[in-house]
Ligand binder design. Structure first.
Ligand SMILES: [Fe+2]
Ligand SMILES: [Fe+2]
Length: 349
């Protein structure tokens, strides 16, 4: 497939070098249509008025301890820092460079990248989730409370991730962008019920796991890009992983503070969430088209491709244990011959 740039610029054609770089395969992010699971008997608004006050009383702490993990816009990277400037004369050389590096990267690596991109692109779902939560939501859309400031600035930082991955995948020529765009549209349309009961204890437990999983995945994608000799892709993924690390630190600090202020409730909510399992948004992906792709795509959905590439497995993205922060510690037990995560604790080291 040739790059289709006619709608972007009046330049007549691609250079001969670039036109020789045909993608080996044309990866389609076709995830078998996945019926949206309706969560029956979902508990709602489980936060008591007394606990509501506890979160209100934490606002000073949030200001000093969470907002410091945000980066000012002027000091932040932007997707354009890693991408060709399409107004420059040598933009086609840069695009050819992206394609030349992408050509020999294995398909399953790209499947991980596509999964990461679609997950990032479903950002409206995550902001919606945050803003359904009692005591911490942004009630007006411009709420000056530290919780409101946090959710808006966090969303703005996250927004760059999907933008960058989307533009890179579009330019690299290795993927079927239309199918990917459909999958994103389906995913956002499906929404997500993460079993957090509009409860901020559960929200922060969930987000600290989720950010940890995102960091692990993007950091490993960066590592493998280096192995394949693609320095641009490695830098991109490293920058995204750096953001996820800051987010994880902020959310993990919030859970740590909750353990300090209210250990019983925090531990009860954590135990309950572990029993119900923490699931990542990617499980809802579907493209609504290819009903025959189940056998080839399900292993990816189950984390096979990511595991094979050492990126992150379903197990690690649902448990996100251990790691450099040393906050989440997990224990394993054997049950029925399978090694399963049976408990997750909180502690150092
Ligand atoms: Fe992200
Ligand atoms: Fe993040």
């Amino acid at each position: 497939m040739d790059l289709k740039l006619s709608c972007l610029s009046p330049f007549p054609c691609l250079s001969p070098v670039c036109s020789m770089l045909k993608p080996k395969n044309f990866i389609t992010a076709s995830i078998t249509p996945y019926r949206t699971r309706v969560m029956k008997d979902t508990k709602k608004h489980s936060l008591t008025p007394e606990k509501h006050e506890l979160f209100k009383s934490m606002e000073g702490w949030v200001e000093e301890n969470m907002l410091v993990h945000l980066k000012p816009v002027e000091k932040s990277w932007q997707p354009q820092d890693f991408l060709p400037d399409l107004s420059s004369d040598d933009c086609f050389d840069e695009i050819c460079d992206i394609r030349a590096h992408a050509i020999d990267i294995p398909d399953d690596y790209f499947m991980c990248l596509v999964g990461g991109m679609i997950t990032e692109e479903a950002l409206p779902t995550y902001q919606t989730m945050f803003n359904t939560v009692d005591a911490v939501r942004d009630v007006t859309g411009m709420d000056p409370s530290p919780w409101g400031v946090w959710v808006r600035a966090w969303t703005a930082e996250e927004n760059r991730h999907g933008d960058l991955l989307n533009k890179y995948l579009y330019l690299c020529g290795r993927v079927d962008m239309r199918q990917i765009e459909k999958t994103t549209q389906y995913l956002i349309g499906a929404g997500m019920d993460s079993n957090i009961e509009n409860n901020p204890y559960r929200l922060f437990i969930y987000t600290s796991f989720q950010e940890k999983a995102a960091f692990t995945s993007h950091a490993n994608v960066a590592k493998h890009a280096t192995r394949y000799g693609d320095a641009r892709l490695a830098k991109m993924m490293g920058a995204i992983a750096g953001d996820e690390k800051r987010h994880e630190s902020a959310y993990a600090k919030a859970v740590e503070k909750l353990f300090e202020l209210d250990p019983d409730t925090t531990m009860r909510e954590l135990a309950d969430m572990m029993r119900a399992r923490i699931t990542m948004p990617g499980r809802m992906m579907r493209d609504g088209a290819d009903r025959t792709c189940m056998d080839t795509t399900r292993p990816w959905l189950n984390g096979w491709a990511c595991t094979r590439r050492g990126i992150t497995s379903t197990l690690s993205s649902t448990s996100s244990g251990g790691g450099s922060s040393g906050r989440w510690r997990r224990g394993c037990r054997r049950r029925g011959g399978a090694r399963r995560i049976m408990f997750v604790g909180w502690g150092r080291g």
